[in-house]
Design a protein around this ligand. Structure first.
Ligand SMILES: Cc1cc2nc3c(=O)[nH]c(=O)nc-3n(C[C@H](O)[C@H](O)[C@H](O)COP(=O)(O)OP(=O)(O)OC[C@H]3O[C@@H](n4cnc5c(N)ncnc54)[C@H](O)[C@@H]3O)c2cc1C
Length: 830
């Protein structure tokens, strides 16, 4: 029989612990029966709900260890008649976003100085482990209490009393039996790949397997009968961005009931699609477009059927806008002029003159296309339920091991098992905010995201769970200063897009250095979504951990009088290059030589290192010198699960994984270089295909399509707008009544980047504007914060909604103005 794998948690963060001694004794003593890994919780921070979206790394690490183990032993000290706060804090983390103890066999042991041997703490611990968010399975009928612990061990950490050892052996044997019993019962079809979800039982898991579902058709395709389904839909779409919104809408149009979930709160769903330029790639000649797209692929291979589907889709984009978005497409080529640098981005490629980028109106970066996609979902509220703040955590496989039967979705901190009869669509965007994946797949230490902070690579993990093949993992797009640099921002924050008005940060007595203080690329190189020309190929240069702009006093003075003098707030200054290098963590001699060499290139009129145009170079003066910390920015990743032209996700043998589909930048089709507008084009084209194929009833594969037959009616989400506890669609939520006093009026506007902005304005007896309260808004904080803070006071001072917008937050400013104007229109006689 296999040895069991156990995780042993010492329930204290103290450096010396008798409980750790006890667990280490068990590790040695039971080494033949079990692999026991003793874990330390000293590095787990105090639980706090205010933390960013991602759990601290020690929590995730511990959670993974538990998930991969067959059982857990907790060595529990007793403090003030209860469990130590450090242990309680760990259990709070482990029942917040991640629920690794759910259904996990647990044995409690405890050592204490006093004769009770931690008995009171153990009772509390049992209650905590039994709580709904934790839902562990604690070994019943056994208590191992080690009192008088100071004398219990010898110098080698061995228990000295043979009777105690015998009793511990008996308890441990019972626990091993308990673990095996639980394993035997664990007929769950929750994916076991990589041990990630093994043993992870959903809330409501029944120790008695539910009766097997009534299956029509192929009886081999037995449903996952140990999973308690919380709700059933025809199609479940993960990610409410451009691809997910499109997939959900087209699935609904083909008759499917759809659940569309997003990890972000309302107003922040929409991912990168919401914040994007809203440009969609189009080609007015299909053959030219095909030639251009093939040239983009360069030496990379891509399935012919995908090329055809994608090219045909882009060639048909004008009709798509008219037929499915109900708008007349606007040509950005006409708006910006053909020589703008995007039409095409690669003018040397054959066929590029056919490229245009379509808009839904004459505006960029204003969420206009996103709002239409969102509205198309809202228009179908009878068929599509939407859940915000509900991240998909795991896929659930049918018992055939190949077909995806549903998804585990976390809703209000509880894992819900949602059955998807006909298909699951992965559209969770990229891994722009997942440092581990950025390091593993892009080989970069850290990149600064420009878009959604909610794209954390969940779809990559889900795809791996499902056994999918991955592709295009090393591709990503960038934009900004020089080759796509942004200012250094703390981890977890967005980097500003330095695209307009920053030209003087690439010319004159200014250069860019990598970590050691040497230049690593040509500063004046054309930037094509972060790619610069490199030995015959366009690629994003390898990211440095802490690149810096370096400049002299003359450049400093130019910046003072330039468009963005505020960037100098970020600069550090030193008298010499060597001193500057010390300040920025570069090598002093290297930086000094870099400036020296740069000056000699200026003198010689040739940049022998990178070929920068001498016209853009000016020799550095005698100082002082300045440095600004930068970071490689990133728009979006392209990697994820491999898919075919039917948007089916493929395994490494190229076979579709049953009922699993993908769309959008998660596993996007960009195999070579990228032409702007192609990501959203892909969302529209493959989102539609994914939604339609996911909606197809799947009788032929043996999974029957009639959901009413096999799930108790109370558990079926009916999409009729009925309240099913926490299963109510968030789209159907009615707006709460806002109390109004005398002279108060409500104004609303949907013109912002987020959901509706609602304001309550107060006017005095003379109908003059006296106060503006922002009741609700979900504008992007780092962009819109200043506008939302300053404009109300300005409007009150002017007694008008007509004030200047805040630069850099035009869309949010205008939306706030529109909401206030809306309220003022309702003031009688004003
Ligand atoms: C600043 C900027 C400008 C851009 N401009 C353009 C442009 O003009 N044209 C163009 O073609 N491309 C552009 N791009 C790229 C383009 O916006 C994206 O590639 C595209 O919008 C991706 O769409 P998507 O639906 O695949 O992902 P997203 O729109 O990012 O949506 C993914 C959604 O999944 C959600 N999610 C993540 N994890 C989970 C989970 N576990 N469970 C549930 N939901 C989850 C996220 O919250 C998000 O809402 C731009 C990108 C940026 C950042």
């Amino acid at each position: 029989m296999n040895r069991v794998k156990l995780v042993a948690i010492t329930g204290t963060n103290a450096s010396h612990s008798f409980n750790r001694l006890l667990l280490n004794f068990m590790k040695r003593h039971f080494a033949e029966a079990a692999d026991i890994e003793v874990c330390n919780i000293a590095d787990v921070p105090m639980f706090n709900e205010d933390v960013p979206e991602q759990d601290p790394e020690p929590v995730t690490r511990l959670s993974r260890q538990i998930v991969a183990a067959d059982g857990v032993i907790i060595g529990c000290p007793e403090h003030n008649h209860s469990v130590p706060s450090a242990l309680k804090s760990v259990l709070e983390w482990l029942s917040y976003r991640q629920h690794p103890l759910n259904g996990k066999p647990v044995m409690i042991v405890g050592a204490s100085y006093h004769p009770q041997g931690s008995s009171r703490a153990q009772i509390h611990l049992r209650q905590i482990l039994d709580s709904p968010g934790v839902s562990a399975r604690v070994l019943p009928g056994n208590e191992f209490l080690l009192g008088g612990v100071k004398d219990a061990f010898d110098d080698q950490g061995e228990l000295v009393d043979p009777g105690t050892i015998t009793f511990l052996e008996q308890c441990f044997a019972d626990f091993i039996d308990f673990v095996r019993l639980e394993q035997g019962r664990e007929q769950s079809s929750v994916l076991e790949s990589a041990g990630r979800t093994k043993g992870l039982q959903p809330t409501g898991y029944s120790s008695q397997p539910e009766p097997a579902s009534t299956i029509k058709g192929d009886q081999e395709m037995v449903q996952s009968h140990a999973v308690h389904w919380d709700a059933t839909y025809d199609v479940v779409v993960l990610g409410f961005g451009g691809a997910g919104a499109t997939a959900a809408r087209f699935a609904a149009d083909d008759g499917a009931t759809v659940l569309l979930v997003d990890s972000a709160p309302e107003g922040h769903e929409g991912g990168n699609t919401r914040v994007s330029g809203q440009l969609v790639c189009y080609g007015d000649d299909e053959e030219k477009l095909r030639a251009y797209y093939r040239a983009q692929l360069g030496p990379m291979d891509l399935d012919e059927a995908i090329v055809d589907t994608y090219v045909e889709g882009m060639a048909g984009m004008k009709s798509y806008f008219r037929q499915y978005l109900d708008v007349e497409p606007v040509s950005s080529k006409q708006l910006l002029g053909a020589d703008f640098g995007m039409f095409p981005e690669y003018p040397e490629f054959e066929g590029g003159d056919c490229i245009d980028l379509l808009l839904v109106h004459e505006g960029f970066f204003d969420g206009a296309l996103w709002k239409i996609l969102h509205q198309k979902v809202a228009d179908r509220a009878d068929a599509i339920d939407v859940w915000y703040r509900s991240p998909a955590r795991h896929l659930i496989k049918a018992d055939d091991g190949r077909t995806i039967a549903g998804v585990q979705i976390e809703r209000e901190h509880v894992l819900r098992n949602i059955r998807a009869l006909n298909g699951v669509v992965l559209a969770t965007g990229g891994f722009e905010n997942n440092r581990r994946m950025i390091q593993d797949y892009l080989g970069a230490p850290r990149l600064a995201p420009a878009g959604s902070l909610f794209n954390k690579g969940a779809g990559v993990d889900l795809a791996i769970e499902a056994g999918a093949d991955l592709w295009h993992m090393a591709n990503y797009e960038s934009l900004g200063l020089q080759h796509g640099l942004t200012f250094a921002v703390p981890d977890g924050e967005r980097g500003p897009l330095l695209v307009f008005g920053y030209d003087d940060l690439a010319t004159g007595s200014l250069l860019t250095v990598g970590d050691d203080g040497s230049r690593y690329f040509r500063e004046d190189e054309t930037n094509r979504h972060g790619h610069i020309f490199d030995h015959g190929i366009w690629r994003v240069p390898p990211a440095q951990a802490h690149p810096h702009l370096i400049f002299d006093q003359e450049k400093h003075d130019e910046i003072v009088h330039g468009e963005h003098p505020e960037v100098l707030d970020r600069a550090v200054q030193a008298d010499t290059a060597e001193q500057l290098a010390e300040l920025i963590g570069a090598d002093p001699q290297t930086l000094a030589k870099t400036i020296e060499r740069f000056n000699s290139f200026v003198q010689q009129g040739t940049d022998y290192e990178f070929g920068r145009d001498p016209e853009t170079m000016r020799a550095f003066d005698q100082g002082p010198y300045y440095a600004i910390a930068m970071l490689q920015g990133m728009l979006n990743t392209q990697g994820g699960p491999r898919r075919n032209s039917r948007a089916e996700i493929l395994d490494p043998d190229g076979c579709p994984i049953g009922h699993l589909y993908g769309a959008g930048e998660l596993g996007g089709v960009c195999a070579g270089v990228y032409q702007g507008g192609q990501n959203i084009a892909e969302c529209l084209i493959f989102g539609k295909i994914a939604g339609q194929n996911a909606a197809v009833p799947k009788q032929q594969s043996g999974v029957q399509a009639s959901r009413q037959d096999d799930v108790a009616p109370a558990m079926v989400a009916t999409n009729t707008g009925q309240t099913l506890g926490s299963f109510k669609s968030d789209l159907a939520q009615s707006q709460a009544d806002i109390p109004l006093g005398p002279g108060q009026f409500i104004g609303r506007s949907k013109a912002g980047m987020g959901a509706e902005i609602t304001v309550r304005v107060t006017v005095d007896d003379d109908r003059k504007l006296r106060d503006i309260e922002i009741i609700s808004q979900s504008e992007t904080g780092d962009v819109a914060g200043e506008a939302l803070q300053k404009l109300p006071a300005q409007m009150v001072a002017r007694d008008s909604a007509d004030v200047d917008v805040i630069s850099g937050a035009t869309v949010s400013s205008n939306a706030l103005k529109a909401a206030v104007a809306d309220a003022l229109r309702q003031v009688p006689g004003r």
